[in-house]
Design a protein around this ligand. Sequence first.
Ligand code: AMP
Length: 298
Amino acid sequence: MEIQKKMHIFHRAEEVRAYLREQRKKGRTIGFVPTMGYLHEGHLSLFRQAARQTDCAIASIFVNPTQFGDQEDYLKYPKDPAHDRFLASGAGIEGLFCPDQTVIYPNGTTISVTISEKTDVLCGKSRPGHFDGVGTVLTKLFNIIQPDKVFFGMKDAQQIAIVKDLIDAFHFPVKMIACPIVREPDGLARSSRNVRLSAAERQEAVHLYKSLQAGLELVRDGNRSFSAIKERVRAYLKSHLSLGTVDYVDVLHYPELKRSKDDQIQGRFIIALAVNYTYARLIDNVTGICSGSCDKFR
Ligand code: AMP
């Protein structure tokens, strides 16, 4: 029988730092999973990876105001701290860092990170300033936690591409581990925002993943054209969505997030989309590799 250890809850940066200093002295490695809470199986898969790959798995729960353009979306972001604690402790998390805004932004938002690469496409294009907020909060969290490994979900594939660059740019001595997307049985990517879908929207939302599969099908059939694949996904969504409106569909090389001039995919690529419903914006993606002789898709 597995004996559940008590999970530590930290609210202040000094508390979590002092605890982790002691763990490092004992030679333990630190894994870190930043989240905005309202945990689901997608987050828990990251927690389990962190617990498997490092000696001491730490997660944070902080709904970061600077990455929201829409104040209402920020204020309405779902929360359930007690349930989050229960889930995190059952998924191998040893310490949960739950700071408030004054801990993370002691001097307000006067000092921040600006990211001007890979932000002119996908979510960066539709949510100006979003990745500056993400980069700023992660810089702060990486400095507080000083992890050996950080775990992020491919659900936010653009975030992974950008955070890898942030790690390189600021010489954070940390390894990025990209974890696969966890889906509902019908294929919808797990998201804290799914609870904000109406029953009819939830039913329709299965078509997001199906549209990505339709795009992949074209690649499997030998089509390598960025624009043709994008058109295929768009056409699928057009004929299957009546409640949601498409924010973007794009096909790009990954992690460069660029298209080639000849419109031909070569190497790793991503098909990504975002769809707006009444109270929830959903994102999803699939990635694959076209290498001539051997193609792989996820
Ligand atoms: P969030 O709480 O939305 O900021 O997400 C925290 C982390 O969990 C990010 O690295 C996300 O990519 C990851 N994540 C969220 N949903 C999923 C999912 N369905 N599968 C895998 N990872 C996820």
